[in-house]
Design a protein around this ligand. Structure first.
Ligand SMILES: [Mg+2]
Length: 256
């Protein structure tokens, strides 16, 4: 890592700052340290259940000074793209809070042109998936906010949106277009406004594929934290080499 100077950071939220309700040790202290040093950063998350304002509000409640627009989430990136084709009829499979990000778009329950899939958790029932299946079969585009395999809630790994996106792909024989990490476009949007070339930005995350490999393929450094969904055996199985592996975000900033 020493050969490449890091001037800015993209920081994942789930698994780096907190696990669901539980704050990860040293993460708040580490963020305050970065802010004192005036190191530019954006939060870059595949979380699809909340709007940017809601995510930023929660981070502020935890003591991290962050503006809404310093949080880049996949509903925001998708809605921004859909606004460029304003008459598109969209079917949203996202939680209520995240729907706020899609304000002003044409949202429908039938005959959509685009089906947007985020993490609905227990809302992924047969009727909902079947509705999405029929829409895609009828010609609608399938847009996956993310395809994460799993995430961590308390002490357990739980299914994320990915397995349900894959179910729809399998049933329809069509591939979803991915909005979130590891898509290159997501990293491009996240870096907008930072004014720092990707080569001088490091992504810090707990997902070896989406955070580390995605970042590396977009030209950034990929830093893996051993918190959140990190499991040594699962990481090893991927064969992906992070630029640096650290205990947690606090451990990373201590080396900065
Ligand atoms: Mg994460």
């Amino acid at each position: 890592m020493a050969e490449r100077e890091i001037k800015g950071l993209l920081i994942d939220i789930d698994g780096v700052i907190y696990d669901d309700e539980e704050v990860i040790p040293d993460s708040i202290y580490a963020m305050r340290w970065l802010q004192q040093k005036r190191i530019p950063f954006r939060f870059a998350t595949n979380a699809t259940s909340r709007s940017r304002a809601s995510l930023a509000g929660r981070l502020r409640d935890l003591g991290i000074e962050v503006a809404d627009d310093q949080v880049i989430n996949t509903p925001y990136v998708a809605a921004r793209e859909l606004r460029e084709r304003p008459w598109t009829r969209c079917m949203l499979l996202v939680k209520e809070d995240a729907r706020r990000e899609f304000d002003g778009l044409t949202l429908v329950d039938r005959d959509p042109q685009v089906v947007v899939v985020g993490d609905l958790a227990s809302g992924f029932d047969y009727a909902t998936l079947n509705r999405a299946f029929q829409a895609v079969l009828g010609g609608a585009e399938l847009l996956a906010l993310q395809k994460d395999r799993f995430w961590r809630v308390r002490d357990e790994l739980v299914l994320d949106a990915g397995p349900f996106v894959v179910a729809l792909e399998y049933a329809t024989g069509r591939n979803a277009r991915l909005v979130g990490k590891p898509s290159r476009d997501f990293f491009r949007v996240a870096l907008e406004g930072m004014g720092i070339p990707p080569q001088q930005v490091a992504m810090v995350g707990d997902d070896i594929e989406n955070d580390v490999k995605g970042a590396q393929e977009a030209g950034l450094l990929g830093i893996l934290v051993q918190t959140g969904k990190y499991r040594p055996d699962l990481v090893e199985r991927t064969g992906i080499q992070p630029d640096l592996v650290v205990k947690n975000l606090g451990d990373f900033v201590a080396r900065f």
